[in-house]
Design a binder for this molecule. Structure first.
Ligand SMILES: C[C@H](O)[C@H](O)[C@H]1CNC2=NC(N)=NC(=O)C2=N1
Length: 102
């Protein structure tokens, strides 16, 4: 197990404070997931572009799926095979960007 992974207590605290996010686990490790809903399809695309620009700045990238008036974000730290503080920080950054693109 990577030393960088957030502890179960830290994960629980994050999810309690960020109820729109859910934790999911699979053979490749734990991930964080949120579905964002938008007023129009282009707004979702604008959010994806802004998220990509932020990800490049912090060198930590979400998996983003764009649908009709929604975007699903899945976060994990590839090198750690699970959720680290970088994912928690990215989740909060995406939530801030969402408020600018609803
Ligand atoms: C070389 C570069 O810094 C690494 O590949 C970065 C890029 N973005 C990343 N994003 C995520 N989600 N996890 C990583 O481990 C990661 N590593």
């Amino acid at each position: 197990m990577s030393k960088d992974l957030v502890s179960p207590d830290a994960m629980e605290a994050f999810l309690k404070a960020h109820p729109d996010w859910v934790a999911q686990g699979d053979a490749h490790g734990l991930t964080l997931r949120r579905r964002y809903v938008f007023s129009a399809y282009p707004r979702g695309l604008g959010f994806v572009v802004a998220a990509a620009e932020h990800a490049e700045k912090v060198d930590h990238h979400p998996d983003l799926t764009l649908g009709y008036r929604w975007v699903v974000a899945v976060l994990t730290t590839h090198v750690s095979l699970g959720v680290t503080q970088r994912d928690l920080d990215l989740a909060e950054a995406l939530d801030r960007l969402y408020q600018e693109h609803i």
